[in-house]
Design a protein around this ligand. Structure first.
Ligand code: A3P
Length: 294
């Protein structure tokens, strides 16, 4: 099978985004959200798919079969995404065929979220993951996803992440942007590490935010169905419907490890010291309780 040509980056308001997204930016910017729509926002590789599955399970009261009605990207479209070989329709076009309430995925930093979400007063769930595990996951994803630019070596990739040159830009600005607005807008801020540590507690928290009252047994069911091992085996939650020409599974799996602390297997002591130094400088003005281990 021929491999696809890799994606390239352009910019929107100074934020690097895939060129295919830049080309259709006006369509994204003008998207009309409804009050009942829910936005799931993350920096790439922060556990978006996991959070999406948790939300869909909550909205469907833990009905596993209903949640297998379609793959993740069809159930909860990725708003800014442009058509690709694996997903031959853009996020906005699929959303325009769906009736609210819709669950919508985005990786956009808060300042690029279409204005209609804020005007309508939509709820947003933001998930943050520690940046060391995020960049490791992003590196492996970029090796396997032909939609992404060529990642280069791990060292080169880490440098680009720290220089905010990867798609969707600066991790630090991204997490800070949503953190600062969490009280003035309807934003629930969730951490990957908290979900890993106590999924029952976090699923309950998300259900409360979504104003869904679920029985203990439904919540237990959701926790089981959204475990890494269960999602990895679920073709409607593991992106196995994306063709091999787009996701080169000989390089990495989409459902790779799902752990906290895998960064220790990738960062050298020197890389860690430089990263920590930058992290403390950039996060000093906005102390978010990010955990690198649990
Ligand atoms: P790793 O590459 O570290 O394994 P996103 O959905 O934002 O692209 O994030 C993908 C990351 O979330 C991958 O991380 C993936 O394995 C992890 N992930 C997906 N589902 C998960 C789950 N149920 N539990 C834990 N991690 C999960």
């Amino acid at each position: 099978m021929d491999k696809k040509v890799r994606g390239t980056l352009g910019q929107v308001h100074g934020i690097p985004l895939l060129e295919c997204i830049v080309k259709q930016w006006t369509k994204v910017e003008n998207f009309q959200a409804s009050k009942e729509d829910l936005l799931i926002a993350t920096y790439p590789k922060s556990g978006t798919t996991w959070l999406q599955e948790v939300v869909d399970q909550i909205l469907n009261v833990g009905d596993a079969e209903k949640c297998k009605r379609a793959p993740t990207h069809v159930r909860m479209p990725f708003i800014e995404m442009a058509p690709t070989e694996g997903v031959p329709f853009d996020g906005v076009s699929i959303l325009d065929t769906m009736d609210p309430p819709r669950v919508i995925k985005t990786h956009l930093p808060i300042q690029l979220v279409p204005q209609s979400f804020w005007e309508a007063g939509c709820k947003v769930i933001y998930m943050a993951r520690n940046p060391k595990d995020t960049v490791v996951s992003y590196y492996h994803f970029s090796r396997m996803s032909m939609n992404q630019p060529e990642p280069g070596s791990w060292q080169q990739f880490l440098e680009k992440f720290m220089a905010a040159q990867l798609g969707w830009g600066s991790w630090h600005d991204h997490v800070k942007g949503y953190w600062r607005e969490r009280h003035s807008k309807r934003i629930l801020y969730v951490f990957f590490e908290d979900m890993k540590e106590d999924p029952l507690r976090e699923v309950k928290r998300i259900a409360v935010f979504l104003e869904r009252q679920l029985s203990e047994s439904a919540i237990d069911c959701i926790v089981q169905m959204t475990k890494f091992s269960a999602m990895r085996e679920n073709p409607m939650a593991n992106y196995s419907t994306i063709p091999d020409t787009v996701f080169d599974r000989t390089s990495s799996d989409f459902m790779r490890k799902g752990e906290v602390g895998d960064w220790k297997n990738h960062f050298s002591a020197e890389e860690d010291a430089v990263f920590e130094n930058q992290y403390h400088k950039l996060m000093a003005d906005c102390p978010i309780p990010i955990r690198f281990t649990i």
